[in-house]
Design a protein around this ligand. Structure first.
Ligand code: NAD
Length: 362
């Protein structure tokens, strides 16, 4: 198969669908790989490193879309990209179609077979192509929170780990899934006093085993939530109810009982956020203040660290990508996890949840 990778064109997107390391794997499987010139610039991978991995460099995205049997990307195709897709071609990327009828129409019209990273499943019922970005966002949440807590950035002016003789900062993490676990690892690693709240007792047991007493776990009742949030210097919002908007667990009224200069990092902002006062921000202006509380609500946190994010994403996408390249549509027919990723095929929306959200018949 001829596998193609264009440069990402979405605003401030620096990741790339194929790293040179992934290119080498596709080539080792006998595939031809074409990569748009400078596609890897955002992660410091130049055209020569792609050539050394076995890729052919083509000057424009048009060449990739025209010649590739499978297009591997990161972000959902933009209008100029979906216009170039065609029937018989496989598109393998994040799509997030449910809130995006316009893109859905574009993909349906093109006749392309589109696999969405975010709906591919694994044996344990997880979403393996979404998890690496939650790992990145969870770890980054603590870096963002620590910086925002500095006085010059509007925060209380407290160091997460304290120093000998001075107490560390208190960090409350609401939601102990992938984001919450990785945020807790970073915060605990820096020496902060960390609590994780979750509604799942089995998950709290797992977290207790992982941290072996280093982190407090709490069942997330209203009482527990208020107690943790009101006493925290840094609050991380990391809840997820699959397929639903994030519940507003911290109201505007509650902000007045928090410490002045405390920081909220609402990682769940891509699902609407779990703080009533959250609205999405960007890397160029990541924070704002409401009632003396600093809010950091960047909707694409992994974009800040494209080198880490692109490699983490490739680690997760490579296995399924190779299956698609090796066996084409047969791989989708024979593997239910890949089939769960199939969102659009020959003019039809094929994923039930996506179809329901958009009012199509699956
Ligand atoms: P996850 O499913 O692994 O974890 C979510 C956790 O929330 C689960 O353990 C669940 O039990 C818990 N939860 C649900 N309701 C709760 C409640 N009322 N109180 C306490 N806990 C509750 O999800 P994840 O991968 O950790 O993702 C968390 C959020 O972060 C999602 O909205 C995801 O889309 C988002 N995310 C954002 C970015 C970004 O750049 N902003 C990047 C990656 C992920």
């Amino acid at each position: 198969m001829r596998v193609g990778c264009p440069k990402e064109i979405k605003n401030h997107e620096y990741r790339v669908g194929l790293t040179p390391g992934s290119v080498r794997e596709y080539v080792a499987h006998g595939h031809e790989v074409i990569v748009e010139s400078k596609a890897g610039a955002g992660i410091g991978a130049d055209d020569d490193s792609y050539r050394a991995a076995g890729a052919r460099i083509v000057p424009a995205a048009r060449d990739v879309f025209e010649k590739a049997d499978m297009v591997v990307k990161v972000k959902e195709p933009q209008p100029s990209e979906w216009a170039q897709l065609r029937e018989g071609q496989i598109l393998y990327t994040y799509l997030h179609l449910a809130p995006d009828p316009e893109q859905t129409q574009g993909l349906l019209k093109s006749g392309v077979t589109a696999i969405a990273y975010e709906t591919v499943t694994d044996e344990r019922g997880g979403l393996p192509l979404l998890a690496p970005m939650s790992e990145v966002a969870g770890r980054l949440a603590i870096q963002a929170g620590a910086t925002s807590l500095q006085k010059a950035n509007g925060g209380r002016g407290i160091l997460l780990g304290g120093v000998p003789g001075v107490l560390p900062a208190k960090v409350a993490i609401i939601g102990g899934g992938v984001v919450g676990l990785h945020a807790a690892k970073m915060a605990a690693g820096l020496g902060a006093d960390v609590s994780i709240l979750d509604r799942s007792l089995p998950r709290l047991r797992q977290l207790d085993d992982i941290f072996n007493g280093r982190v407090h776990t709490r069942y997330s009742t209203i009482d527990a939530l208020e107690e943790e949030v009101f006493s925290a210097d840094l609050v991380i919002g990391a809840v997820l109810i699959p397929g639903a908007a994030a519940p507003k667990l911290v109201t505007r009224e509650m902000l007045s009982a928090m410490k002045k200069g405390a920081v909220i990092v609402d990682v769940a902002i891509d699902q609407g956020g779990c703080f009533e006062t959250s609205h999405a921000t960007t890397h160029s202006e990541p924070t704002y203040e409401v009632d003396g509380i600093v809010h950091y609500c960047v909707a694409n946190m992994p974009g800040a660290v494209p080198i880490t994010s692109a490699h983490a994403l490739n680690n997760a996408t490579l296995h399924y990508g190779l299956q698609l390249a090796d066996r084409g549509l047969k791989a989708i027919a024979e593997d239910r996890h890949l089939r769960a990723g199939l969102n659009v095929h020959r003019g039809r929306v094929t994923n039930v949840a996506v179809a329901e959200a958009l009012g199509y018949d699956a």
